[in-house]
Design a protein around this ligand. Structure first.
Ligand code: ZN
Length: 203
């Protein structure tokens, strides 16, 4: 395992590390100084980038680790999103998903300047480990469930544009700042009327 530099770049779509499935880590590794250092770097990178979540491969760390957290300081990218306490998930596994799905505007630090109208399950149950190597399991619904699924995708080499089948559902970030100027019902009525950080039960 490599020790990360203090200010790693966030990798941008096209970089091979973002398209790879990452490896699990051992409990011994979690307890190592290098791993703990990398966790701190990851948290700092997430907050410096005003991200609401980050996956290890986005900063060149090739392991199954993700961090999530929305606070007053970093909710600018999703002003309507609820607050989520900061947490790490190590070796996360989605052990249950709801049949019901919803839609929201997703963005990604590795896909700058773009937003996509993406469908995913409403609720999930996540199992994994925390930064102390303690096993944990948690049920998420709504926006937190959405963020977890987005970050989890990164650990399998998937970026949100790969989940969009209609090119009309992919827009420039600039456009999403002016939704009120969009043509009526474009690209769908719900997409037009749902703000960043809000969810819609229909396409
Ligand atoms: Zn992302």
């Amino acid at each position: 395992m490599a020790k990360l530099p203090d200010n790693p770049d966030v990798l941008i779509m096209g970089h091979p590390l973002l398209f790879q499935s990452q490896r699990q880590v051992t409990i011994d590794e979690i307890h190592s100084d290098e791993f703990q250092h990398n966790l701190k770097v990851m948290k700092q990178s997430q907050f410096d980038s005003i991200g609401i979540g980050l996956a290890a491969p986005q900063i060149g760390w090739e392991v199954r680790v993700m961090s999530v957290g929305i606070s007053k300081e970093n909710h600018a990218r999703y002003p309507k999103a609820p607050y989520i306490p900061f947490c790490y998930w190590i070796n996360p596994q989605i052990i249950n998903v709801s049949e019901e799905t919803n839609w929201t505007w997703e963005g990604c630090l590795s896909v700058p300047g773009m937003r996509g109208w993406v469908e995913r399950p409403v609720a999930i149950t996540l199992a994994g480990y925390d930064e102390h190597g303690q096993r944990k399991e948690e049920h998420f619904e709504g926006f937190p469930a959405r963020v977890m699924q987005h970050e989890y995708d990164h650990l399998n080499g998937d970026l949100f544009p790969m989940r969009i089948d209609d090119k009309n559902l992919l827009v420039p970030h600039e456009a999403i700042l002016h939704q009120e100027q969009w043509a009526e019902s474009w690209p769908t009525e719900n997409a037009r009327n749902t703000e960043r950080g809000q969810l819609s039960s229909d396409r």
